[in-house]
Design a protein around this ligand. Structure first.
Ligand code: C5P
Length: 305
């Protein structure tokens, strides 16, 4: 590691379960969700600089500097420490932007961890989680990683013990979806009529502990899927293609539009991934597995996915 710089790797997430409750007085929806981190990573380099600079490479379209959630994370930490926010953040981006995989939140979590190390702030995990929750509902989970139940607006995290590997194909769409727009569409659909809701998480948690992907497949559920499909009707075709090509189940991840397809094994996922890519119905396809660890500092010579 070069003196004066810190490198951090942070995973994307999918939601195995996403139950959306009512709108709270603060405008957020009450959630019960099961987050699952997968081995698709953004990598951040956080280095001493003059003023705040945030630059993204790999995927175009991410906001720069203080408009980027990673920049906001650095500003929040600097204000807390009472120091100027003199930092350069370079994000090598792999997690899709506005894809329902919490890429921006992941970068914020990584920036918190990187800046805390760069500035020698001795923060506890609980303090970091508190800053993370201030930045966004999905940021605390990006610090923790693994598989975890999220409650509140998603920021209250309780890790789940099941450590069995799960194998997925991710079908990444061309256009993104704005999270508030998908929540608003769900409110609209619910106001207009009855929209089926996912049940509790007990059966899903038992399936996770069993490690049986076939059992898990029948318990995946996402209340936001109907709203995401309503905004991007082509997702219906992508969801159908997953099971048609042999996946155990297909589900929209978070607010979408990424579709996660659960497979039996790494080999099975590779095969389904090739078939999905061949259909030409999405921008790109990634074969991933989880649970992946949360944000962590890496050394320059560390080989990481
Ligand atoms: O927490 P975060 O900033 O990521 O949330 C982005 C937006 O998504 C919120 O402003 C809100 O519109 C919506 N949201 C919600 N309920 C949640 C989480 C997010 O309505 N539990």
């Amino acid at each position: 590691m070069t003196p004066g710089s810190v490198r951090v790797r942070v995973p994307a997430k999918i939601n195995l379960h996403l139950g959306v409750g009512e709108v709270r007085p603060d405008g957020f929806h009450e959630l019960v969700t099961v987050f699952h981190a997968v081995d698709l990573y953004d990598k951040l380099t956080v280095a001493n600089g003059k003023g705040l600079r945030v630059r993204t490479v790999g995927i175009a379209g991410a906001p720069a500097d203080g408009d980027n959630l990673a920049g906001r994370a650095a500003l929040l930490l600097a204000a807390h420490a009472g120091i100027p926010c003199d930092v350069r953040i370079e994000i090598v981006k792999t997690i899709p932007i506005a894809g329902g995989m919490a890429g921006g939140s992941a970068d914020a979590a990584a920036a918190l961890l990187g800046c805390a190390q760069l500035w020698n702030l001795e923060l506890t995990r609980a303090e970091l989680a508190g800053f993370a929750a201030e930045l966004g509902s999905d940021v605390p989970f990006a610090l923790t990683g693994g598989t975890a139940v999220g409650t509140g607006r998603g920021e209250l995290i309780a890790p789940v013990l099941g450590k069995h590997p799960l194998h997925w194909v991710l079908a990444i769409s061309d256009g993104g979806l704005s999270t508030p727009a998908v929540f608003a569409e769900l409110d609209r659909l619910r106001a207009a009529g009855d929209v089926p809701r996912v049940g509790g998480v007990t059966a899903l948690l038992a399936a996770l502990v069993s490690g049986d992907p076939g059992l898990l497949a029948s318990h995946l559920g996402n209340d936001m899927q109907a709203a995401a499909v309503s905004l991007q009707p082509h997702l219906r075709r992508v969801l159908f293609a997953g099971t048609q090509e042999g996946a155990l189940a297909s589900i929209v991840s978070g607010s979408g539009p990424t579709v996660a397809m659960l497979c039996r094994s790494a080999e099975h996922a590779a095969e389904v991934g090739i078939n999905i890519a061949g259909l030409g119905i999405c921008k790109s396809v990634r074969v991933v597995s989880g649970p992946a660890p949360g944000a962590r500092i890496i050394s320059d010579n560390e080989k990481s996915a």
